[in-house]
Design a protein. Structure first.
Length: 313
């Protein structure tokens, strides 16, 4: 029986939620209203080919895909949004939350939050593109958990369609607790549709959050969904699959990802193996330790595939 659940989104995680994962997830599990792509960015004034490939419509089969960009200057935003619009996208998310120093130290991602004038300039650039619906994904701040207080009034007064908030500061990356006290304050001050993101790993945790904050537009699932790909569907149905069913579906999903990477990877077996192993950083944390070790230690594709098959049997 489907629960009355607001929107459920799949978060963008650099290196993890690529087209292969998104397409395979929707085909085998689903339960997600929209998938967000990891951000595209400029490098030496150009969009990286790898980023372009990830958002090409022909690479993506999910029914609702929202690309994300990261920028600190209006010119960057215009160039990136222009490319995405040329690919047919009319909905774009702007990343003001990335916690990685390489990005944040350049005043991008969560590194833009201490500079409200820079945020204002980006919002102004978004207003000049009325044909695109912009949303923003952000953190509480970069260094301090109250940096949002200068940014939220600007967002409230902008044409942004919604905000996704991860209630940590950038400097924390993913360490420590999420700051629920600051989230409550943000929730009370936010006049736009608000989505919660951060440390939602069980259907019960999602349910409790939605009861506590009834005005939420929805939730965004990141590492929790990577660990348990059935999470979104379990939230919707009000129950989780048994282990046998879950493992069978994970096996099907893994097979689809393998096929996808076989098609697009040109660097041979070693590159393919590295790509596939990445997902096991989060996937099924409760799996037998010996099985996980065999998967991660495999240095040949055939031994890897055998180890995965054994683990999911």
């Amino acid at each position: 029986m489907e629960q009355n659940i607001p929107a459920i989104y799949a978060a963008p995680l650099q290196g993890f939620t690529e087209a292969a994962w998104r397409n395979a997830h929707e085909q085998t599990f689903g339960g997600v209203d929209a998938y967000y792509t990891p951000f595209i960015r400029l490098e030496k004034g150009e969009i990286r080919n790898k980023d372009k490939r990830e958002v090409l419509p022909q690479q993506n089969t999910v029914s609702h895909l929202i690309p994300q960009l990261v920028a600190s200057e209006p010119e960057e935003l215009n160039q990136l949004a222009g490319f995405l619009a040329s690919q047919g996208y009319r909905e774009i998310d702007v990343n003001m939350g990335c916690p990685f120093p390489l990005i944040a130290n350049r005043g991008k991602g969560s590194g833009i939050l201490p500079y409200p004038e820079k945020v204002a300039a980006l919002l102004d650039a978004m207003r000049q593109l009325p044909e695109i619906r912009f949303s923003v994904k952000m953190r509480l701040g970069w260094l301090h958990a109250d940096e949002w207080k200068q940014v939220l009034p600007l967002l409230n007064g902008s044409g942004v369609s919604q905000i996704t908030l991860h209630p940590r500061i950038g400097k924390q990356q993913y360490k420590g607790e999420v700051n629920r006290v600051a989230f409550k304050e943000f929730y009370d001050s936010c006049e736009l549709p608000l989505v919660y993101n951060g440390d939602l790993c069980t259907p019960e945790a999602v349910q409790e959050l939605l009861e506590e904050y009834p005005r939420l537009k929805g939730v965004m699932l990141g590492r929790g969904l990577l660990a348990d790909p059935s999470l979104a569907l379990s939230v919707r149905k009000g129950q989780s699959p048994d282990k046998t069913t879950l493992y069978r579906q994970v096996s099907a999903m893994h097979g689809l990802m393998y096929e996808h990477y076989c098609r697009i990877i040109e660097g041979g077996e070693a590159q393919l193996l590295a790509k596939l192993k990445t997902i096991w950083e989060y996937l099924l944390p409760d799996i037998d330790k010996k099985s996980r070790k065999l998967i991660l230690k495999s240095n040949r594709l055939d031994t890897y595939l055998r180890a995965v098959e054994e683990a999911l049997r």
